[in-house]
Ligand binder design. Structure first.
Ligand code: PEP
Ligand code: MG
Length: 539
């Protein structure tokens, strides 16, 4: 038996034959051309066909991967219209006098590499989308269809990486699990696999070699382990685990729709963290009682320019409508540090995590901030919205940010535009400074939500992006727990509620500690909600 360790991105257990995805080969030659105009037209025609195919996919894939996930294909279509994508291709055709296939391949690979080199994990994961789009256009130019090769199922399907188009096309009944050498946990491939209920493990690197094709294997999507020629004992253990998971799932399902109560009957709110309107579906599917953190900066990422007020308003309105009266806490722009967008033209900094980020940008650029605030206030009439400021360090910052919210309200009022005037305004407690002066901040905030990801980074002086420091990063360090406790106590003394929206909120080993602190809310990944509800009932 061989045991390979990867990164589990979609849970579940599968057993069966391992088979490498048979892709129709795609050879791209550098062919010289005489007529640049004709070749440019060929490219535009292929682009138009690709756009039609993507429109169709966006329409037909909804049953399989969900309506919001299928929107990815619309984003692929938009990429085909983006001059950042098309200009370099046209340049290569014109300047090098080469065929469109070669130009698409070269420029597409270059752009994909640019994404792959970015620091932000979300942007990094977009590289495969660029590759996917380019492959589609090249296949059209070469007169090939887009279907997958015959893989003979049911099999555990292996590949270097799977493009979103490939994953969406998979036959669920013929695909027991997905395993890949590369990939990203937040790639659309991983998201699709989770939606389709296919176990998936990524990042095996070269260990997942072609020689393994045809061997019997077993995958555990939770632990990220792939067993080749599994021993009977391992198979037995996996079967038992599968049965346990099935029973646990059945038990947790009984908690769906029920209130979250501690052992002595104290209510605690279990909310979900989301990064887009589409995530609100997952929040509802996970039985979230509200949204504790809408990371609004994702509306600003992956674009060439600032989203305007109407675009933002639409997103906030849709999220509020989807959540139907449940509380939705919209965190204002938290860009900078690990989340960069070129058009912000942020200064080059030695230490971006300690630099111009989040509320600091918003206080420095009132127009930008007020555009977002107006959009939130306009949307507020469609549900139960709250506003939350990130990275607040001082009372002065909080007061200034609240003044800008007031000014946004006045602007709307002067134009006769409807909004809710009493949207609660809270803050994230995510720096040691804010936790230490939480007694002062609590007087001006409607609530606290503790951002333990940044609080950990700033308390322990450990860069949250630096994997090589993980052995030094004790996320349950007493210093962090004391700061959390202090903020929670100060919130209660001032008569406001306190929650946790950083990763620690979903750490089951800390649930009891949070209940003992009388934390009022935990905002977590939707898939953790039912389990947390069951743990809280025992605390
Ligand atoms: C946090 O810092 O804990 C948090 C929730 O914010 P983000 O992870 O988006 O920085
Ligand atoms: Mg943070």
């Amino acid at each position: 038996m061989i045991t390979l360790q990867g990164k589990g991105v979609s849970g579940g257990i599968a057993r069966g034959r391992l088979s490498f995805l048979k892709r129709k080969s795609l050879s791209v030659e550098k062919r010289a051309i005489d007529n640049v105009e004709l070749e440019t037209e060929r490219f535009h025609a292929a682009r138009a066909t690709a756009a039609e195919q993507l429109d169709q996919l966006a329409g037909t894939m909804t049953d399989k991967i969900g309506k919001e996930n299928a929107l990815l294909f619309e984003i692929h279509r938009m990429m085909l219209e983006d001059t950042d994508y098309t200009d370099p291709i046209l340049d290569i055709i014109t300047s090098e006098k080469v065929c469109a296939e070669y130009a698409v391949n070269t420029a597409g690979s270059c752009l994909a590499q640019d994404f792959a080199d970015m620091d932000d994990e979300y942007m990094k994961a977009r590289a495969i989308d660029v590759y996917d789009v380019s492959k589609r256009v090249i296949r059209i130019l070469s007169g090939e269809d887009q279907s997958l090769g015959e893989n003979g199922g049911p099999v555990i399907l292996a590949a270097d990486d799977f493009t979103p188009s490939e994953t969406a096309q998979l036959d669920r009944n013929a695909t027991l699990a997905l395993v890949s050498r590369h990939g990203a946990a937040n790639s659309h491939t991983a998201i699709f696999a989770r939606t389709m209920g296919i176990p998936a493990v990524i990042s095996f690197g070269a260990f997942l070699s072609g020689d393994l094709s045809g061997k019997q294997a077993a995958v555990d999507g939770e632990t990220g382990v792939l067993y080749i020629d599994p021993d009977p004992e391992i198979l037995k253990k996996l079967e038992e685990k599968e049965e346990r998971q099935r029973r646990e799932k059945e038990n947790l399902e009984k908690r769906r729709g029920k209130p979250t109560l501690t052992k002595d009957g104290r209510p605690l709110k279990l909310y979900a963290n989301i990064g887009s309107v589409s995530d609100a579906d997952a929040a509802l599917a996970g039985d979230a009682e509200g949204i504790g953190l809408f990371r609004s900066e994702f509306l600003y990422l992956g674009r060439n320019d600032y989203p305007d007020e109407d675009t933002q308003y639409e997103s906030y309105r849709k999220a509020l409508e989807k959540m139907g009266g449940r509380q939705v806490i919209i965190r204002t722009l938290d860009i900078g540090a690990d989340k960069q967008a070129d058009y912000f033209k942020l200064p080059e900094e030695e230490n971006p995590a300690l630099g111009m980020r989040a509320i600091r940008i918003c206080l420095t650029r009132p127009d930008l901030f007020k555009t977002q605030l107006r959009a939130i206030y306009r949307a507020s009439i469609y549900g139960n919205a709250s506003i939350m400021f990130p990275m607040i360090n001082s009372l002065e910052e909080l007061v200034r940010a609240k003044e800008m919210a007031k000014s946004a309200r006045e602007e709307l009022a002067s134009k006769g535009i409807a909004f809710k005037a009493d949207v609660p305004i809270g803050i994230m407690v995510e720096t040691p400074a804010s936790a230490v002066i939480s007694d002062v901040l609590a007087k001006e905030a409607a609530f606290f939500s503790i951002g333990t990801n940044d609080l950990t980074q700033y308390t322990l002086a450990i860069d949250r992006q630096n994997d090589s420091l993980s052995s030094f990063c004790d996320t349950r360090h007493e210093a962090i727990l004391r700061l959390i406790r202090l903020a929670c106590e100060n919130a209660h003394k001032a008569g406001i509620w306190c929650g946790v929206c950083g990763g620690l909120g979903g750490d089951y080993s800390l649930t009891k500690a949070f209940v003992e602190m009388e934390m009022d809310e935990l905002s977590v990944e939707p898939s953790r909600i039912l389990k947390l509800r069951s743990i809280i009932a025992e605390c």
